[in-house]
Design a protein around this ligand. Structure first.
Ligand code: FPP
Length: 255
């Protein structure tokens, strides 16, 4: 893996011991509800604490010099939750953008939103677009917020985009390559995730970054998301640094 020395120096300075720092870490922030229920609290309190864990994670990733962090903040299937919980999560996103945007901008964070935008409530869409606009020239951590996101829907959107270009005569069907598909996805221009972390003991992708995860390493931990702290993040990174990535090939020693 190509790791720039500066990023590893940054990691050491931040107290991390990671030699092979991933460029892109994606998080499935699971277990907010269980965290709350275990404490006799309403599920919404789990989401509130989950937001605190998210803030800490973004800060730590920035200190370590990780280039991209993607968070699964609301899936296209999450609309099926009770209306009160959906409204709470919308309010939480609103508060996150309203309260944290200027701090994230000052920290040179660039925000990008992936997911379906067509049926989003206008106020939410305007906030998300404002966050993208304000931070578009920042050069620090890329924070990719997967909101109203589903990977199959994203791939279908990309297929529609490409087929329209073919129908209009701007693209030959032979030119629909893997690269062309990558560039038609919401994540165009971003490196694929090196590491996908899922908390709370569940071991599945749940329609998250299906195309982009082709060669990702997975890290599953038992902690519920609200308990995911710097030490847990460091543990995931340390585990990643010991993985052998072969991309379908062989280790150099085996050749
Ligand atoms: C999964 O836990 C978590 C979510 C569906 C939402 C994730 C949201 C946050 C971490 C807070 C930050 C939010 C925004 C919008 C920026 P779960 O509710 O599925 O937990 P469970 O599996 O224990 O029920």
């Amino acid at each position: 893996m190509n790791v720039s020395p500066d990023r590893n120096q940054q990691a050491h300075a931040a107290g991390g011991s990671c030699e092979n720092l991933p460029r892109h870490v994606a998080f499935i922030m699971d277990g907010n509800g269980r965290w709350a229920t275990a404490r006799g609290l309403p599920r919404t309190e789990g989401h509130r604490q989950g937001l605190e864990a998210l803030r800490g994670t973004i800060r730590h990733a920035g200190k370590l010099g990780i280039e991209v962090v993607t968070i699964y903040s609301f899936s296209s299937e999450n609309w099926n939750r009770p209306q009160t919980e959906v409204s709470f999560l919308m309010g939480l996103l609103r508060r996150f953008v309203q309260r944290d945007l200027s701090e994230l901008h000052d920290a040179n964070v660039r925000i990008r939103v992936i997911g379906g935008r067509e049926d989003l409530e206008k106020g939410i869409l305007a906030l998300l677009e404002e966050a993208e606009q304000l931070t578009r020239n920042n050069t620090g951590l890329n924070l990719v917020v997967a909101f109203n996101y589903g990977a199959r829907a994203e791939i279908a959107r990309a297929a529609r985009k490409l087929s329209l270009q073919v129908a209009q005569g701007h693209l030959n069907s032979e030119d629909i390559t893997e690269d062309a598909i990558s560039q038609a996805l919401d994540t165009y221009g971003l490196p694929d995730p090196d590491l996908i972390v899922r908390t709370s003991g569940e071991m599945r992708l749940s329609n998250f970054l299906l195309w982009q995860a082709a060669y990702s390493e997975f890290y599953f931990c038992e902690k519920h998301w609200p308990d995911f702290d710097e030490a847990a993040f460091d543990e995931a990174l340390s585990c990643f640094s010991n993985r052998q990535r072969r991309y379908g090939g062989l280790d150099a020693e085996a050749l």
